[in-house]
Design a protein around this ligand. Structure first.
Ligand code: FE2
Ligand code: FE2
Length: 218
């Protein structure tokens, strides 16, 4: 068994970047936003550091998604129902972590439960309310916000049009009762609405670079 340490986190992120650079960059943004959110909530420094690592690795299960599916996503091709089912399994399949000992519980929980919803209609296990650990709820909110507000640098598939900050906030408010913990959502909105435009994410600098990770064979 290998030890899980800082080098492990970097190595796993590099592997994710080799598979799909956009997913790796998404993971870094989600980690930063989740950390800011936890700080806003008054979490202790050491717990924020742990949360940021868990957030960085939340989509690590996507390492098990076949390259053909990432190619379809990068080319904005239509995904089959089977492809979508495979993508959803990224919260259940993270075989790579089985090679390591001492993996923090927060990392395992975040991998498994970041697509759970407050009303119990999410996946991997259909957890609801406070059955979902607070750290995972924080990552799930940051994950959703980043996903709706950031655009993949290619043709945008139908249904994946990126939203403006105002639209993202409106959708998140509408979904508060079902998808997110309402108390945490209120605190998240305080954070987002309080951020200056300078602090907000800058658009991808180099589209060719972001498109280059992973070969699609043409
Ligand atoms: Fe995910
Ligand atoms: Fe994600």
């Amino acid at each position: 068994m290998k030890r899980f340490d800082e080098k492990t986190v970097k190595n796993l992120l590099d592997q994710l970047g080799g598979k799909d650079k956009f997913t790796m960059e998404h993971s870094l943004r989600v980690s930063k936003l989740a950390g800011d959110f936890a700080r806003h909530l008054g979490w202790k420094k050491e717990n924020i550091a742990k949360l940021k690592i868990a957030a960085m690795l939340h989509d690590l299960g996507k390492l098990d998604i076949p390259d053909e599916i990432f190619c379809k996503i990068r080319k904005a091709s239509t995904l089959t129902d089977e492809d979508k089912k495979t993508i959803r399994q990224h919260t259940g399949h993270f075989g790579i972590l089985e090679e390591y000992e001492n993996i923090p519980k927060s990392v395992k929980d975040t991998l498994k439960y970041h697509h759970e919803k407050h009303d119990g209609t999410g996946y991997h296990e259909g957890l609801r309310g406070d059955e979902i650990p607070e750290g995972v709820k924080i990552v799930a909110i940051a994950d959703y916000y980043d996903t709706v507000i950031v655009q993949r640098p290619n043709k945008v598939p139908v249904g994946m049009v990126p939203l403006s900050k105002d639209e993202a906030i409106r959708i998140m408010i509408e979904n508060t009762a079902s998808r997110f913990d309402p108390k945490l959502m209120t605190r998240f909105l305080e954070l987002i609405l309080g951020k200056t435009s300078k602090e907000e994410k800058e658009p991808a600098k180099n589209e060719d670079d972001l498109m280059s990770a992973g070969s699609c064979g043409d």
